[in-house]
Design a protein around this ligand. Structure first.
Ligand SMILES: Cc1cc2nc3c(=O)[nH]c(=O)nc-3n(C[C@H](O)[C@H](O)[C@H](O)COP(=O)(O)OP(=O)(O)OC[C@H]3O[C@@H](n4cnc5c(N)ncnc54)[C@H](O)[C@@H]3O)c2cc1C
Length: 394
């Protein structure tokens, strides 16, 4: 028998293990559509928006038209996509900027999800279609100034007054706060922690934007203040009690972040790889040196591992077998990976790397928020440690 020789193509630089081939046709089509949106609509404006400390709100209606808001929820005008689809959406959006991905995460996973999962039928019908259409913007108020890692210490209270609730307190570091029409606010009641839907115009509810941020500059971060805000009983989420409510929402959003971080890392890696090929130092391209190749190969290795991890996470979520500690490990691993890749890419760009004309410094600064919000890296390590040992160290 004559042996046949098969010529195998080398791997794609941004998908070394061909993870895309593990996606269904629908998942690939959604990835392509969002990638085109990011290339055409986000990348041309995002460096300026970041520099100007401006959230590009002009993109909200387009995100809604593409069906990306609450896209993995069923019914109520939501797209009903799989969780893997939601993952690739997050990855592509964050390849543009974590600020855009944060907007979509907060709207879908932190605001629409709790209404969908814990709301009354009336609340779902009233809010979800408008939120999917981008006509109502949401924010999620859990963190308070005195310690976000320990939400059980919250001091915001809701007290019963006849049929109403009276809300007092404040929330810190809230994405979308000043532009939100509706805030999901978690407060302590005599009956434990409960979630409330607070509307923008309600008397006693005010917001203030956080200025001077050096991270997520193309995203709005705010403080929320509640001074005797009177809420009808119908504004409470009826089907959840205790911290499991907000923590369950965070698991949804952290899932998307684990995918999103891959997008940040890919943006940095692909840009610095091209740069290294044309940057000539000591008479040869930087990419021809052993040290640069080792650093680029290591970026690729870490990105590939994170891509595979994200996909398996998504498949488990779609099958309903995902545990929250697995989401913690994935958020921790993938955001740490992305931050390290972004910092290394920034360094390989030399002085150019400190300019926003190249994307790594923007992604690197964004990832300093991403590694802190939705549970800091340490908290996720402790969640995994608790799962392994059976003992809570926090
Ligand atoms: C840009 C941005 C947007 C955000 N958006 C939102 C939002 O939309 N909604 C919302 O509710 N919150 C939001 N947050 C808040 C975010 O979730 C919190 O910042 C985060 O949970 C950490 O809380 P903290 O900042 O109070 O830090 P702290 O809890 O004070 O933590 C400080 C340090 O202590 C470490 N630490 C904590 N506990 C332990 C322990 N037991 N052992 C050892 N070390 C520990 C932490 O890892 C961290 O390094 C946002 C934050 C940022 C930066």
């Amino acid at each position: 028998m004559t042996p046949t020789t098969t010529i195998v193509q080398g791997p794609e630089i941004s998908d070394f293990f061909d993870v895309r081939s593990l996606l269904s046709e629908d998942e690939q089509a959604i990835q392509d559509a969002v990638a085109r949106f990011v290339d055409d609509r986000v990348l041309p404006i995002i460096a300026d928006a970041f520099e100007e400390h401006r959230f590009p709100s002009e993109l909200v209606s387009e995100l809604a038209e593409m069906g990306l808001l609450g896209c993995n929820l069923e019914g109520y005008d939501c797209a009903g996509l799989s969780h893997v689809c939601y993952g690739v959406v997050n990855q592509e959006l964050e390849r543009g900027d974590a600020g855009i991905r944060s907007f979509v995460s907060v709207q879908g996973s932190l605001c629409m999800y709790p209404i969908h999962a814990f709301g009354s039928e009336e609340q779902k019908e009233r809010w979800l279609p408008q939120m999917a259409a981008g006509e109502v913007i949401g924010c999620f108020g859990l963190t308070e100034a005195d310690g976000g890692s320990d939400p059980g210490a919250m001091t915001t209270t809701a007290k019963k007054d006849g049929d109403d609730w009276i809300l007092n307190g404040s929330k810190a570091w809230i994405t979308n706060g000043t532009i939100a029409d509706l805030a999901i606010v978690w407060a302590t009641t005599e009956d434990g922690v409960r979630g409330f839907l607070v509307e923008k115009e309600m008397p006693g509810y005010t917001t203030r934007e956080v200025e001077h941020k050096f991270s997520l500059r193309a995203s709005i971060t705010s403080e929320l203040f509640f001074d005797n805000v009177r809420l009808p009983d119908s504004s409470m989420l009826p089907n959840v009690k205790g911290l499991s409510g907000p923590l369950g929402c965070l698991t949804q959003a952290r899932y998307g972040i684990a995918w999103g971080a891959v997008g940040s890392a890919l943006a940095c890696f692909t840009e610095v790889l091209e740069y290294a090929k044309v940057r000539v130092l000591f008479g040869r391209p930087l990419s021809h040196t052993q040290t640069a190749q080792r650093r680029l190969a290591d970026m690729s290795r870490r990105i590939t591992t994170a891509q595979l991890l994200a996909l398996q996470l998504g498949r488990m979520k779609d099958e309903g077998t995902l545990h929250h500690s697995q989401v913690s490990m994935a958020k921790w691993n993938n955001v740490r990976m992305a931050l390290d890749v972004a910092r290394d890419a920034r360094d390989l760009l030399g002085a150019s790397g400190i300019s926003v004309e190249f994307c790594p410094i923007r992604h690197m600064l964004n990832l300093e928020s991403v590694i802190t919000y939705e549970g800091t890296e340490t908290i996720h390590e402790l969640v995994v440690g608790r799962e392994l040992t059976g003992a809570s160290a926090f």
